[in-house]
Design a protein. Sequence first.
Lengths: 344, 344
Amino acid sequence: MKITIKEVAQAANVSIATVSRVLNGKNKVKPSTREKILHAIESLNFQPDQNARTMINKTTKTVGMLVPELKNEYWMLLLDVIQKELWEQGYTLIIGSTDHQVEKETAFVKSFVEKRVDGIIYSSSVMESAEEMSGIIQLAKKYDIPMVTLNPSISQANCVFGDHIQGASDATEHLIGLGHRHIAYIGGRSVSTKRELGYRNAFMMNNLVVNEALIQRIPGLPTFEAGYEAAHQLLLSGEPFTAIFCGNDVLAFGTIKALEEHGKSVPGEIAVVGYDDVHSARLLKPALTTVRQPIQEIGRSLVELIMDSSSKNLNQTVPKKIIYRMQLIVRDSCGAGLKKEVKN
Amino acid sequence: MKITIKEVAQAANVSIATVSRVLNGKNKVKPSTREKILHAIESLNFQPDQNARTMINKTTKTVGMLVPELKNEYWMLLLDVIQKELWEQGYTLIIGSTDHQVEKETAFVKSFVEKRVDGIIYSSSVMESAEEMSGIIQLAKKYDIPMVTLNPSISQANCVFGDHIQGASDATEHLIGLGHRHIAYIGGRSVSTKRELGYRNAFMMNNLVVNEALIQRIPGLPTFEAGYEAAHQLLLSGEPFTAIFCGNDVLAFGTIKALEEHGKSVPGEIAVVGYDDVHSARLLKPALTTVRQPIQEIGRSLVELIMDSSSKNLNQTVPKKIIYRMQLIVRDSCGAGLKKEVKN
DNA sequence: CTGAAAGCGCTAACAG
DNA sequence: CTGTTAGCGCTTTCAG
């Protein structure tokens, strides 16, 4: 039932070598035999076996991508660009989601290696550099598989990432510019610690000191509920504040809900700024002021880096680090519009 | 640099056959040699080449999934379950998004076939059955690749799908039960036509007749903007109505925005019901009444069907069709809570 | 231009 | 229990 190059050769009355030649467009083949073969391929609906080819070419035209989770707008958008970009270049994408279980990472990478993917795009489930990671890097290196990561903490690998210190700093600075002095922060280890750092940076740059009591570090995943809970705590603490900067948008949504339940209007009494610019950020009321990541560009860079390092196999060189600027998107939740009105 | 079974055999002082045996756990191997080999594998960090194995086993432990788009909550959620479920079974997932370009479908499926995936999960970019599709089915069949689709219109393939007639009917009926008689519908060919049919079904069941002037069929993709525009048209038409049933949630969000801009309160003056129950449906104000698809179950069924048909290769039998009930989620936008209050 | 033949890395008889 | 050997489907010298 399954058609192989042999059947094609038979049908076209040539040797398999010649069929292979027209398949690969190498070595001139007489136009007439070429036609015959093409016709046989067509009528038999022959699809060459990539696996057999791989054994010789040593290339699978496949790259593997490992992410901590899938059902999240950020990853989905990234996945989308990457898959498209890869397809353009004739590559296909294998995906793996660890669902935040770090233990799964090695298993996934091993399966990528076994499949002999041409490259791996790796984003760890843990934020700080761990042994886990370096083991993974070693494995990939051993099998000469180019790897590019989204974790800047991995020093030995090529990397693409957003400048979250700058992004968070810009967001906080915007709040400061609006006159706020008591600005809370809701984040935690699961949202890049860089964001908290950026928040602190903005205070430093303005010779302000952060009130540690206004920092809420959530223990688990940065969900709507976590944001709700953190804002609730903030309110209960009695510590005064007029603004909250949240490590991500979903956290901000939860925060806003808590605030409203406590009768605090947003942005009237409390200004809120998020991070990521998820789609619904512009839909909710008030529309969320947030920080946008250039996901398209990040995705494209990722693919570009992988392609580069798989062509020249000189991944011996110094790892390339590409960093992207974040963009502050001012909408309603920070009260920027409101203040202006007051001023006028 | 690359380690093969040969190097392992050498290191352990055995033949490659024996290494293969411990790799596959078949045929008893003397514990001591077994240990030696295991040790060699470990220390050399040997990862067997799947491609080579595939040539013999005729199985890639990979399934390909083709979807019309990725950046959309529905697909993301589905992708998530499927990838997880597959991983549990020791399979990996290749994904392809056509981005609604039907022309790309064949190319994707061909690449799946070339990779000799063990199964294909296929959701077409076009709603109605087309020649395109049957070509794809044929191709998969020719190479004995089990295929399961999400398009009920493809008669020759196994299929899993939601009962959108029932879902849409339930939603509409709920509105009717609330006392509404002039219910508009916003949908179009890009959102399953089944939903419009369900809407009509509810009218029929209640001996009501639909006012065709209240049906808005959007031409392109069912986006926020499209919903906004359609609702706008409805308002301009002057045709009276007290409720709108939207073919999906995003459409509903756009609809609500248009309504509010026209000073119509939701659900006070106009009730709105969506479809899909995307995450932000519960976040927006008013919280959207909508219809939920059992995505988890759908995903699981899909994987199950693929696995089944790849083990028994009797895909000669009658295609299996699995249909899932949709669930109405009543929240605020339909005014169900409101009416009750009035009544009491 | 085209065919014969040698593998790619691995598994599966078939003998020892 | 273990080694030898013949392929899997394809590409690539190496000779015609």
